[in-house]
Design a protein around this ligand. Structure first.
Ligand SMILES: [Zn+2]
Length: 407
């Protein structure tokens, strides 16, 4: 009883009572099936690339086809839908929000890149969104900055979905843009929220949206460490590390899944609930018209949804009219690869640093060398014609070039 009172007190303190809806009769253990589609680190990739890979129109076609074939579908994002393409960024991510609204996105975790633009831009996105931004470990003005969780009824199942954001966001995002927020322990927040979902909300299924990552590129407290410390999560949907596993990573009985990045794949999980116990029946990550080195499709061809192609067309046309202007030509592509500049010297990384030296010298600063954060390099440059739009995609963060004298 004491524990129950404590949880009630926590709920009241967090002002989250609006989330609580009448639990199902707990004497009746639920059974059913649930399909969960998930993306992570979409990074504004509304347009398909030059090879016709990814893009919101293919993603929409896939989500709609799964919804047409299944009554019980959730579609969620594990964060970082912001930052990474001119079309998305020039409109402050609002085109992405509009597209996700149309697609009935059920929830997104708050990723570190959701803070890139400005607190005002984030507020406008949240106002425009018909889906919640979830983060159980971010506070503002002494209270929760975002909803910690939601409960959705899908068919006969009560599904709890919560979000966790990497606690190193204050050093990953621009410090001034996150100054108003306090980030607390990922593990404590996940544990408290799962306890509320299980013991107060009596949900049948608990899904965590973790913008914390696993393996290379993970935050300081990676998702595998969180789920190892927090029992009761039926499915951990991961993001942030742009991992592209072929099978779930199961830690202490909890499957962790992630679906690459940039809308290149969609995770497709099937959960079955039998006598009140949820388990992962199957999972795969579905390529969105991705092609192998030989140019052959890696999965089934997906016909892009014309409604979504139309939605972005006017914005893409507007951007192209201004920025698809050739500024250079290359004899070979400058490849980003699998985020290679983070791991080794690359022609692309050298080009970026050389460009910084060139710019400094053109301003009369006798720069000897330049340093670039490899994580800020976000796209390849194509072979042949290079446009301003291509250059923007390489460096989408709008960073400021700074120099210092070393005497
Ligand atoms: Zn991230």
């Amino acid at each position: 009883m004491k524990r129950f009172m404590l949880i009630l007190a926590v709920l009241a303190a967090l002002g989250l009572s609006g989330c609580v809806s009448a639990p199902a009769d707990s004497a009746q253990a639920a059974s059913g099936q649930l399909v969960v589609l998930h993306i992570n680190d979409f990074h504004g990739k509304l347009e398909a690339d030059a090879q016709g890979q990814a893009g919101i129109a293919a993603l929409a076609a896939y989500v709609k086809s799964v919804r047409a074939a299944n009554p019980n579908v959730l579609f969620v994002s594990a964060g970082d839908f912001n930052t990474g393409s001119m079309v998305s960024d020039k409109y402050d991510g609002l085109i992405d929000v509009e597209a996700f609204n149309m697609l009935g996105l059920d929830a997104t975790a708050v990723g570190n890149h959701e803070f890139d633009k400005s607190p005002q831009a984030l507020a406008r996105q949240m106002e425009a969104a018909r889906f919640p931004f979830l983060a159980a470990n971010i506070q503002k003005d002494g209270g929760p900055a975002f909803l910690h969780y939601i409960v959705k009824t899908v068919g006969t199942l009560r599904v709890g979905i919560f979000g966790i954001t990497t606690s190193d966001t204050p050093i990953k995002a621009h410090p001034l843009k996150v100054a108003a927020y306090d980030f607390s322990s990922e593990i404590d927040a996940a544990r408290n929220t799962v306890q509320i979902l299980r013991e107060l909300e009596h949900v049948d299924v608990v899904i965590g949206l973790f913008h914390t990552g696993t393996g290379e590129g993970a935050g300081p407290v990676p998702t595998d460490k969180i789920v190892a410390a927090v029992p009761g999560i039926d499915l951990a949907i991961d993001g942030h590390s742009h991992a592209d596993p072929s099978a779930p990573l199961v830690i202490a009985g909890t499957p962790i899944v992630q679906a690459a990045s940039d809308g290149r794949k969609v995770g497709h999980a099937v959960l079955t609930v039998t006598a009140g116990k949820a388990s992962l029946a199957s999972w795969r990550s579905v390529p969105m018209n991705l092609k192998g080195k030989d140019g052959a499709l890696l999965g089934d061809a997906i016909t892009p949804d014309p409604e979504y192609a139309q939605l972005i067309k006017k914005y893409v046309d507007e951007i192209n009219a201004r920025y698809a202007v050739q500024i250079a030509t290359t004899t070979a592509a400058y490849e980003l690869g699998d985020r290679l500049p983070r791991k080794q010297e690359t022609a692309l990384g050298n080009l970026v640093a050389d460009a910084m030296v060139w710019k400094a010298r053109s301003m009369g600063v006798l720069a000897d060398f330049a340093l670039m954060n490899a994580g800020g390099i976000r796209a390849s440059l194509p072979a042949g014609s290079v446009t301003r739009k291509n250059a923007y995609d390489v460096l989408p963060f709008g960073n400021t070039l700074a120099y210092f004298d070393e005497r």
